[in-house]
Design a protein. Structure first.
Length: 235
């Protein structure tokens, strides 16, 4: 089967392309509006609202491929039904967005991941659980802030000091990162300022960035599920 397909592809290579060009060249002027309409409809359907400019530009390329497929279908070069080419291009475009990590600007995604990675790596070592009585005498070197469990048995909220926030956002825009986290519901803030005044037991009132537990909770849950699945498989 593999040899047959290879030989057939070599023997008929270019047949569809020549037939396609033969049909569209005489009517190329009429096709321009059709192509533009397909591209516009594709972008409206598949580009998420507020997507980064890069996502919109890539969508234009996928839409052009979709338009070529739809035209080939309409003139009988391809034995497909109307809309198949658009749907196929749309699925691949959505897969590209997923692989990219979403449709938001790269810096915004990197900012969220930078904060999440920092908390996962340093949540215990560099954050003092100041609201816990047993933590009162623990020495924390290079203190990044404080942590608190809103309810027993749940995840930790983190209160990051300004020095650590600058450390986390090195190479990024600290305010933009805070804004994105606030928009996603990961950062609790006061008005237009993204840091808030917090009274910390034994440390007085400080302005801190309050990161809600849900930022790292989803990652922790995924790791727990993966561990459980691995353990089940091993048993």
């Amino acid at each position: 089967m593999a040899r047959h397909l290879r030989e057939a592809a070599q023997r008929h290579y270019g047949v569809a392309g020549r037939a396609y060009l033969k049909e569209i060249v005489p009517i190329i002027g009429d096709l321009q509006k059709q192509v533009a309409d397909i591209i516009k409809a594709f972008s409206k359907t598949y580009v998420p609202e507020g997507a980064d400019g890069q996502v919109e530009r890539v969508a234009q390329r996928f839409a052009l491929i979709a338009a070529g497929g739809e035209i080939a279908t309409s003139i009988g070069v391809l034995p497909w039904s109307r809309g198949v080419a658009v749907q196929a291009a749309g699925k691949i475009f959505e897969a590209w967005i997923e692989e990219r990590g979403g449709s938001a600007p790269a810096e915004e995604r990197e900012g969220v991941e930078a904060v999440r990675a920092f908390l996962l790596a340093n949540g215990q070592a560099r954050f003092l659980a100041a609201w816990e009585a047993e933590e009162g005498n623990r020495t924390v070197y290079d203190l990044a802030g404080f942590r608190q469990q809103p309810q027993a048995g749940e995840g930790w909220d983190y209160y990051i000091n300004s020095a650590a926030w600058k450390e986390i956002c090195a190479g990024l825009d600290p305010r933009r990162t805070a804004r994105v986290l606030a928009e996603k519901g990961f950062l609790d803030h006061e008005g237009v300022r993204y840091s808030k005044t917090v009274r910390v037991p034994g440390h007085g009132s400080q302005r801190l960035y309050h990161i809600r537990s849900r930022l790292v909770a989803s990652v922790t849950a995924c790791r727990s599920d993966a561990t459980s699945m691995y353990a089940t498989g091993m048993s």
